[in-house]
Each structure stands twice: as C-alpha cells, then as structure tokens.
Design a protein around this ligand. Structure first.
Ligand code: BTN
Length: 244
C-alpha cells in the first residue's frame, strides 16, 4: 500500500520550514512532507537556531485548513502529542515522553524534539507548515538546557523515513479528531502527557519573567498560570521554565 502522504526527501536543506513555506505560497497542495537529512539553517522557536546534523529527523508538513490562524495554530500542540505517541509506539511502549507547553517533547526532563509552526491566512482559510525536529541519533551537548536523543534513550538506529511513516499515522489520527472536535477534543490527551501541571514555574515572555503555578490548559491551547493572590492568566505565547 502506498503512503497516504507525499514525501520530498532531500539530502540537505537550508530549513525544511522555509522550503515548505515557499511551496505553500506557490500553491502546493496539502499533505506534502518536506524532509531533509540535514539542515544548514534549521530554525527553532523564538528565533533560535536548530542545529541539524545528519542522523536526526527534520521534516515540515504543509496543511491547508478552513480555520483562522489562531485556531489552526493549536495544531502545534497536537503535533507535540503525535511525536510523543510516535516514540511510545516505536519503543514498544517503553518510552513515554512528556510534553512541555507549548510543544517540546522531553524524556526524563531532557528535550528530544521541538516543533515550529508557521502559517498565514489565504482565501477561505489558512495554510500551515508544521516543522518537526526530533533527535533520533544525537543531541547537541552544549545547549543551555538538557537534551537527549532516541539512541541515548536506548532505541536502535532509525531512519527519518521510518520515523515519518509512524509519525504521519499518529498525527493524521489526531488531526481527524481535531477536525471533528477542535482542540478541546484533544485537551485531555495532551494533559495526560503534560509535565509540570500544578508545579511552580517561571513564565517568560521576551524580557518579562513572572513566577506562578502551572494550573491548566485551556480549550484554545493557552496555558493557565495562577499567580499570588489566586489571579489566573491565560498565555498563548511564551516559555515555561521549571523551578528546581
Ligand atoms: C524548537 O523547539 O525551538 C522548534 C524546533 C523546530 C525544528 C524543526 S526541524 C524541521 C523544521 N525546519 C526548521 O528549520 N525548523 C523545524
């Protein structure tokens, strides 16, 4: 049986998100994965670089959705969930990665995968590029946070194509639920895999950093943080730092 997605597999790309974005703007139909074995200009969230040596997974999926951009962007959380489920499946149930809002995937507190979603409105809906980077073989050793790889977690070598086959199945199943019930249909599943709910955290937005308790996840994908005195605030962007 042929794969339910189209794949453009490249030896090297500057950034698969950049290529997918150019393709989406040029009218590329949905459901194309652009995967590169390495990237020379991989990008992470908040303008950070994403180091991309051969051996890991670097892929971007083009989607077209009849939704506004804020609603469609909740798919970045769905992608994190699908990555965690993919790893659970590939490890035969041994590994149960956790999700750190908005969409980092961690094993034992170390980052294994990150997601960068970009898109724009267009006609009756929007296009979205879901960029996913997963450390299959190696993780940089000198990051300001702990990072790990599937190899370090004890999994045998895995090609990006083999990883994609399982990832696409997991993501497509969750996308079907999202299309039927929106992000609220997936909120419980996301929370079950989430780390740190109830814990004291710092929430960082640009230069501003505040301390509070990670309280819950809203149906629109925002994180709820409770501050001194019980005031609860929604955050749709930012970075969570756990207190040790
Ligand atoms: C993050 O955690 O900061 C997000 C990292 C996203 C990296 C992936 S690798 C494939 C795609 N192409 C990019 O340039 N970035 C994303």
């Amino acid at each position: 049986m042929s794969a339910p997605y189209r794949l453009r597999l490249l030896e090297e790309a500057s950034s698969t998100n950049d290529l997918a974005r150019e393709a989406a703007l040029a009218g590329e139909p949905a459901d194309l994965w652009i995967v590169a074995r390495s990237q020379s200009g991989g990008r992470g969230r908040l303008g950070r670089p994403w180091r991309s040596p051969p051996g890991n997974f670097y892929g971007s999926l083009i989607l077209r959705l009849e939704a506004d951009l804020a609603t469609a962007s909740t798919l970045s959380l769905v992608a994190g969930l699908a990555v965690a489920e993919t790893i659970h499946e590939l490890s035969g149930g041994r590994l149960a990665p956790r999700l750190k809002w908005p969409n980092d995937v961690l094993i034992d507190g170390a980052k294994l995968a990150g997601i960068l979603v970009e898109g724009a409105m267009d006609g009756q809906g929007c296009w979205l590029v879901i960029g996913i980077g997963v450390n299959l073989e190696s993780a940089p050793a000198d990051l300001p946070y702990p990072a790990t790889s599937l190899r370090a977690a004890g999994l045998p070598a895995l090609s990006p194509e083999a990883f994609l086959a399982v990832l696409d199945g997991c993501f497509r199943g969750r996308l079907r639920q999202w299309r039927e019930g929106g992000f609220p249909a997936l909120r419980e599943a996301w929370l079950t895999a989430a780390m740190g709910i109830g814990q004291l955290v710092k929430i960082r937005q640009g230069e501003r950093e505040r301390e509070g308790r990670l309280a819950d996840l809203a149906g629109d994908g925002a994180i709820l943080v409770e501050f001194d005195g019980g005031a609860m605030e929604h955050f749709t962007a930012g970075e969570i730092v756990f207190q040790h």
